[in-house]
Design a protein around this ligand. Sequence first.
Ligand SMILES: Nc1ncnc2c1ncn2[C@@H]1O[C@H](COP(=O)(O)OP(=O)(O)O)[C@@H](O)[C@H]1O
Ligand SMILES: [Mg+2]
Length: 222
Amino acid sequence: MEIIKLENVTKIYGTEDNRLVALDHVNVTIDKGESVAVVGPSGCGKSTMLHIIGGVDSPTEGNVYIEGKDITCLKDEEMSIFRRRKIGFVFQAYHLIPVLTVEENMQMPILLDHRKPDREYTDYVLEMLGLKDRRKSLPSQLSGGQQQRVAIARALANRPTILLADEPTGALDSKSGEEVMALLQRSVKELNQTLVLITHNVDLARETDRIIRLSDGRIKDN
Ligand SMILES: Nc1ncnc2c1ncn2[C@@H]1O[C@H](COP(=O)(O)OP(=O)(O)O)[C@@H](O)[C@H]1O
Ligand SMILES: [Mg+2]
């Protein structure tokens, strides 16, 4: 079953002299449960594509279907609810709040959604990510790999169906990067998620089910 479908998606930034075509008639479908890597040279449109899937940016042209629903029609408020409930974002930078503990950082999205954190689920996620004994630690007391795992915990807080990761291992040494990748894959399996991962690391890309290659805003050979 397809969960993500981009139909003729074009994204143009700027106007006239500054016009920049970041995505050029992109067509992509991704099935539920798939993990997909997006690769390509810097500036080819990878992050733009991820932002459009996650509803933080909208296409200039074309349609974006998530679970069969066209999100390009959503109003701002509906879009932010869609994002909060369906999408988990992980970035290269961890963006943790330094004065909050591991557990509090993880629960931020739930509190922002005016809901009560589920103790059992929090424990499960912290355990899965190897953070259970660090739940009261502050980000500054953790290694880069551990901080990224907190960022993953935060991305999982609202039980998203889609995980979007933009070079999540980009700031990590290769061992921590491998660990983070393994945890993303484990999360996808155990929580029945779909993963779209941007990476420059060919080895990590090969661990996914499928590689989508972008070049100058266009999909190459698949
Ligand atoms: N907000 C923006 N305003 C103007 N140009 C942008 C913006 N975001 C991205 N771009 C441009 O769009 C192109 C694709 O960017 P991006 O999707 O970030 O590429 P990638 O993630 O593959 O490096 C680049 O040329 C970039 O400079
Ligand atoms: Mg990018």
